[in-house]
Design a protein around this ligand. Sequence first.
Ligand SMILES: Cc1cc2nc3c(=O)[nH]c(=O)nc-3n(C[C@H](O)[C@H](O)[C@H](O)COP(=O)(O)OP(=O)(O)OC[C@H]3O[C@@H](n4cnc5c(N)ncnc54)[C@H](O)[C@@H]3O)c2cc1C
Length: 358
Amino acid sequence: MIVGGGFAGASTAWWLRKFGETDSLILEREVGPGMQASGQNAAMARQATQDLFITRLLAEGVRFLATPPPEFRAPRPVLRRLGSALLGSDAQVGKLADVLRRAIPSDEFEIGPAANLATHPYLSGIPAPMALYTRSDGMVDLDALLSGFLRNTDVATSCAFLSAARDPDGWTVQTSRGDIRCYTLVIAAGAWGNLCGSGAGAGLRLLRPTTRHLFQSVRGKDFCRDAPFVWDTAAEVYVRPDGGGSLYMSACDQDDCDPSAPILPSNRIQEILRGKLARAFPALAAIRYHRYWVGTRTLSPDNRFVIGPDPRTAGLFWAAGLGGHGVTASPAIGRIAAQSILGLQDPPPELSPARFEK
Ligand SMILES: Cc1cc2nc3c(=O)[nH]c(=O)nc-3n(C[C@H](O)[C@H](O)[C@H](O)COP(=O)(O)OP(=O)(O)OC[C@H]3O[C@@H](n4cnc5c(N)ncnc54)[C@H](O)[C@@H]3O)c2cc1C
């Protein structure tokens, strides 16, 4: 049984089925799957990071999203390879390129002047000198990806996990719709991972839920639908076309939050975003927002995912701590989780929950 119908839970269920385990059930508290972080994010597939280990998982994810295996049936193509531009100084983009070089083919990216972006008027006047252009990055169709993962998987919606008790034969899981028996329990509950884990008696409470806001602009005739997403790595602000004539923008805010209380958007972030846009994207300094919302990004102490068996509780597994990469890396995350659950392959030590026991 998997607690959570976001990308962590959905991908794990898909890979379990692919490896031959057809008897899995996702518990989802909301009225449908993918309504929390997995439905509230910016849907960018970005591969370059400072962490080679994570970049390799992101690259695995992007290969899957671009060319899914035949068993993965989504209603539409999942990835639009519109590319990305990560802005910074020579040294900053050079560092990211060094990591990328060890993870993806060299003809998929290049370093060039950021001024090349000025072909899109809303990206003119950018002060950052350089950009890392990654052609194989792109935009993800979140609904298509989630439907592909969940095809043929049972999801019990409006069904909250409350607690679980272990006995020699498995678990009795108490839910808002009654008790359910299962053999293995997987915590894939995003920001609610600590709460669900402790409901199953796990000692680990290592996840750190944080908030991030996303803004949608009013429509603009210059906001090209096919432009790459552009991310200033020094100012920490990004802009991407939403495909419908508006832009999505984020100030990359990251505040700790308490997921046991309602998570509400904060007006304060509007001003932070405005300041960052004025510095990094001067042509957007006066842009008007149409709406904005807040979602959660759940981090681990070392900012890497937490995938694999709980070191202290038998029969309990984690697929959590996806941070800001849970869409892009979801194919790799589900594969590693499913292999671990089925005993096919241990998770890499870099991701195993046991790394925090040392
Ligand atoms: C603003 C923003 C922008 C982002 N942009 C990107 C991006 O561009 N690219 C990218 O790759 N990633 C991005 N991310 C990160 C990405 O969205 C997350 O990493 C990913 O969605 C996390 O998936 P998850 O399944 O772990 O969590 P969630 O999607 O939150 O799923 C957890 C599920 O568990 C359910 N649940 C919780 N408690 C219970 C319970 N007691 N019983 C039953 N169900 C329960 C919840 O309802 C939820 O559906 C962004 C995140 C945010 C907030």
